[in-house]
Write a protein that binds this ligand. Structure first.
Ligand code: ATP
Ligand code: MG
Length: 321
């Protein structure tokens, strides 16, 4: 990360006023995404990943949320104090977002072509003909077969994988500097997921787009991301590079794990063989703590965030050879 970061979140604290009182969602969250970097954000359900992502583009209505402190700098602009006009310029043109469920992200009443050309015309003031040609190119780049037919279709006429390719094509339409992908492939089957992820990485790398990639899938993080942040109960509890001296086999806590890898055989360090590690019994795990309960050592202990690291060790299998 040599240039100034594309995204810099510093000590962001945020809560939701609810009828049962104020529910803290983010506590002193700090993260950075550098130019051209693909950064993962993982964590248990309810840990605050989507709230972090939506806060970056200020997609949560002001009246629904209370910012307790901190700052968000997107390409050097302060998102928390930006005017609606400045935000409209940031969204889509400089930073865009891909959501988990493409059916709800696309407008069901408009053709795909109209939805893509609208984005292009809003930000780049292209003529109808030029916008249509660009829309077709964008879909072809996402390896969409028969792009003219897809442009004439409504979202319900397309498969989930195709809809997600359309959304990613739209997200890249104006060559954004930052793409935020919130579990973009969770709703897809494994084969389609792999294709869509490969395309996303290819597009991001060739355009130098930075990506904040939210997922539960640590294997995807190991494959796709340069660095990863781990969230737990509204906090960033760990971060590190995905490719350490252990060759990417252990993806978290390089300061702890890779230090060991350097001194011993990396595979043995990351993959203890004897005695064979056993995953904790599922029934013994207590539920995710409520957002209202501040994570003290006592509330956090039963579901220690390191469970994610243990999960990494379990789920990120070393590649053959
Ligand atoms: N509009 C809202 N009003 C009140 N609480 C909210 C609101 N949106 C989110 N929250 C709370 O904020 C916390 C973080 O939610 P968030 O959606 O960011 O979790 P997440 O890590 O994205 O989970 P998942 O992996 O299931 O998508 C949760 O406790 C959630 O209930
Ligand atoms: Mg989420």
């Amino acid at each position: 990360m040599t240039d100034a970061p594309v995204l810099e979140v510093e000590d962001l604290s945020l809560s939701f006023p609810t009828w049962r009182g104020v529910a803290p969602a983010l506590r002193d969250v700090s993260l950075k995404v550098g130019t051209g970097e693909i950064v993962g954000l993982v964590g248990e359900s309810g840990s605050g990943k989507s709230v972090t992502a939506m806060s970056v583009l200020r997609l949560i209505p002001r009246e629904a949320v209370r910012v307790g402190g901190g700052s968000i700098l997107l390409l050097g602009r302060d998102v928390l104090t930006a005017t609606e006009a400045e935000l409209a310029d940031l969204r889509g043109r400089l930073a865009s977002m891909v959501f988990q469920e493409p059916m709800t992200a696309l407008n069901p009443t408009m053709t795909i072509g109209r939805q893509i050309t609208q984005v292009l015309q809003r930000h780049e003031r292209l003529s109808d003909v030029a916008a249509e040609a660009r829309a077709q190119t964008l879909l072809t780049e996402m390896q969409v077969q028969d792009a003219p037919r897809v442009l004439r279709s409504h979202p319900f006429e397309l498969s989930g994988g195709l809809r997600q390719r359309v959304l990613i094509a739209m997200a890249f339409a104006c060559n954004p500097r930052l793409l935020i992908a919130d579990e973009p492939t969770t709703a897809l089957d494994v084969t389609v997921q792999a294709q869509v992820l490969a395309l996303l990485r290819e597009r991001a790398r060739e355009r130098g787009t930075s990506v904040l990639f939210i997922t539960h899938d640590l294997a995807v993080v190991a494959e796709l991301c340069d660095r990863v942040y781990v969230m737990y109960a509204g906090r960033i509890v760990e971060h590190g590079a995905t490719q350490g001296s252990c060759g990417g086999r252990c993806i978290l806590t390089p300061r702890r794990c890779c230090a060991r890898c350097r001194s011993r055989d990396s595979r043995a360090a990351c993959w203890p063989r004897s005695p064979a590690p056993q995953p904790p019994p599922r029934t013994a795990r207590p539920p995710v703590p409520s957002a209202r309960a501040a994570p003290t050592p006592t509330t956090a202990a039963p579901r220690c965030h390191l469970s994610y690291r243990h999960a990494a060790i379990w789920h990120v299998r070393p590649r053959a050879g």
